[in-house]
Design a protein around this ligand. Structure first.
Ligand SMILES: [Zn+2]
Ligand SMILES: [Zn+2]
Ligand SMILES: [Zn+2]
Ligand SMILES: [Zn+2]
Ligand SMILES: [Zn+2]
Ligand SMILES: [Zn+2]
Ligand SMILES: [Zn+2]
Ligand SMILES: [Zn+2]
Length: 258
């Protein structure tokens, strides 16, 4: 440091730089705008500072910076008729607009609300739906027969609310309306109520499962048994043919009658 400055202090002359020793201070700069930017530069010491943008909607008049899509000032329009995607015709950015929810489906773009909202909270759907029980023979009816679980389905968006057990009262589920006797088949295979539906086919009128009762005859058998020797069978009644590997357990289990 200059001796004089040490003794008498810097000589700022009302500016940012000591005229004697060139020491800088962060005050009293001589600011000048840098063209095409939102920055100013001190013509004496070269320090820079930013200044607020001068927005024309979503674009800065000085530096051309574009506002983020979530800030105000854009001129949004829908990009297409059946889409909720929006387009700013000033800065040409896109954003997802607000969906027009009709309960759980967007009226405009058809999007289902559940696809991006958390589906369940404490076992309850977060959003409103229009619930109906499974209809006889639809996929959730069959699934309920198979798993013993209780389901409600949203009629509008198809979201499925699953319950591990039915809400039984007098052998009828208070939630979905299914009867306890629908599940007899699950508990015991012998409780199917078979009805003949074809030559060798039968269907359980309770659970809907289909099974076959072929009456097979061996029509071709291997001369000597190896790892992959095959028996050929034909049903006496319907002509259905089947093959069985000589090693398979199914023969022992009585799957095929000779
Ligand atoms: Zn000085
Ligand atoms: Zn300066
Ligand atoms: Zn700017
Ligand atoms: Zn814009
Ligand atoms: Zn939408
Ligand atoms: Zn729904
Ligand atoms: Zn139920
Ligand atoms: Zn059954």
């Amino acid at each position: 440091m200059n001796f004089m400055c040490k003794v008498f202090g810097h000589k700022w002359n009302g500016g940012c730089t000591c005229v004697r020793c060139n020491q800088k201070r962060n005050e009293n700069h001589k600011w000048e705008n840098i063209p095409g930017t939102c920055k100013m530069k001190c013509t004496v010491c070269g320090a820079e500072k930013t200044i607020p943008h001068d927005w024309d909607g979503c674009i800065c008049k000085n530096c051309q910076e574009v506002k983020d899509v979530h800030l105000a000032g854009h001129r949004w329009r829908y990009l297409e008729e059946n889409s909720c995607l929006m387009y700013c015709h000033k800065c040409e950015q896109n954003k997802m607009g607000n969906h027009k929810w009709d309960v759980c489906v967007c009226k405009r773009c058809g999007m289902k609300r559940e696809t991006y909202a958390d589906q369940l909270k404490n076992g309850k759907p977060l959003l409103k739906h229009i619930w109906r029980p499974p209809l006889k023979d639809d996929v959730w009816w069959k699934e309920s027969t198979r798993t013993g679980m209780c389901y409600l389905i949203c009629d509008r968006c198809g979201f499925v609310w699953k319950f591990y057990s039915h809400d039984w009262k007098d052998d009828v589920c208070q939630r979905c309306g299914r009867k306890k006797e629908d599940y007899l088949c699950n508990e015991q295979m012998s409780s199917h109520k078979w009805e003949k539906i074809g030559d060798c086919r039968k269907k359980c009128s309770r659970c809907g499962i289909i099974a076959y009762d072929h009456d097979y005859l061996v029509i071709d058998s291997p001369n000597h048994l190896t790892e992959d020797s095959w028996y050929k069978y034909r049903c006496k009644n319907c002509g259905h043919e089947a093959f069985e590997n000589s090693n398979m357990d199914s023969r022992q289990q009585g799957f095929i009658k000779e």
